[in-house]
Design a binder for this molecule. Structure first.
Ligand SMILES: NC(=O)c1ccc[n+]([C@@H]2O[C@H](COP(=O)([O-])OP(=O)(O)OC[C@H]3O[C@@H](n4cnc5c(N)ncnc54)[C@H](O)[C@@H]3O)[C@@H](O)[C@H]2O)c1
Length: 280
């Protein structure tokens, strides 16, 4: 558990580091919890999301309460990303030491379109928002030379990139592509500036995006029982992210790191057996 006072510096792991955090829309967003943890560890950063999300969510109000800057940017739009870097470097006073990509959306999922009845227009949007945006963020930074030597970039993925998960639809394809971009860009950026790029494959947690997909909470209960350590929490995710942003993990890049309580290598557990006995 992280301490109650989010401004309390714990270990100073990110002291002096400057970052950009994509994808906090409200207090449930993984990106919001990661922002709180980064602040605790001494980082300064700007938050960013689409103009629409800034209006719909309460992120601007939450950020204002902390004195943090929110800069609108559509992560699929290269010219907006370009402006974001320029403004962020100006506000933070130098090149960027860490970037969190916590961006995803599938209109197909939102409109309950089955995998064999996708709108291809929406499918391309899913890929653009949930995977290509990472490439755009990295390629733009490379052209601007906006990332510091040894910077760290983290994106959030899900086990559906490699296993079938009922109802995850075209987002599974997007996550597979996202993890591939992590490896491809990780190789390029490692050579150029020793920048590390990694994905965290996170346990299922309820956020405004995911909760509507698991309305009864059964899926969360199932994965909790299947994971020997139980579902990894948002705080676990934030802590791992801080570690990856810090100088403690300078030799780790191009990885998909499972923060899932062991789910990805688990087939049957005692807890799941007990759950099944209750049901069957
Ligand atoms: N919640 C989970 O169980 C879970 C598990 C594993 C991975 N993830 C991943 O974590 C990330 C964050 O998801 P979350 O659950 O916190 O939900 P969330 O809805 O809080 O975050 C998704 C964010 O993407 C933003 N976004 C959408 N289109 C955008 C665009 N064009 N430009 C910029 N931002 C855009 C949204 O505004 C939102 O802030 C996603 O990549 C998600 O797939 C979530």
């Amino acid at each position: 558990m992280r301490p109650k006072n989010p401004c309390e510096i714990m270990y100073g792991l990110l002291k002096g580091k400057k970052g950009i955090i994509f994808g906090a829309v409200d207090e449930r967003s993984l990106a919001w919890h990661i922002a709180l943890a980064c602040a605790e560890e001494g980082a300064s950063f700007v938050l960013t999301n689409t103009e629409a999300a800034c209006k719909i969510g309460n992120i601007t109000q939450l950020a204002n309460e902390k004195g943090w800057v929110v800069l609108p940017c559509d992560a699929t739009n290269v010219s907006e990303i370009n402006n974001l870097y320029l403004r962020a470097m100006d506000i933070l006073g130098g090149t960027i030491d860490f970037v969190l990509h916590s961006v995803a959306q599938s209109v197909n999922l939102r409109r309950h379109r089955e995998y064999d009845n996708l709108s291809y227009e929406y499918f391309l949007k899913t890929i653009d928002i949930s995977a290509l945006s990472l490439h755009k963020i990295l390629q733009t930074a490379l052209k601007l030379d906006a990332l510091s030597e040894g910077a760290s970039v983290v994106t959030l993925s899900y086990i559906a990139s490699e296993r079938y998960v009922e109802g995850y639809g075209d987002m599974g394809d997007a996550k597979a592509m996202l993890e591939s971009i992590v490896r491809q860009m990780g190789a390029t950026y490692g050579r150029v500036k020793k920048v590390r790029i990694n994905a965290i494959s996170q346990s299922f947690v309820h956020t405004s995006a995911s909760a509507q997909w698991d309305k009864g909470g059964q899926f969360k209960k199932y994965t909790d029982a299947l994971s020997p350590l139980g579902n990894a929490s948002v705080d676990d995710c934030a802590n791992l992210c801080v570690a990856l942003f810090s100088d403690l993990m300078k030799g780790v890049t191009m990885q998909t790191i499972y923060n899932d309580g062991g789910l990805n290598t688990s087939l049957l557990t005692q807890n799941l057996m007990e759950l099944l006995i209750d049901i069957v």
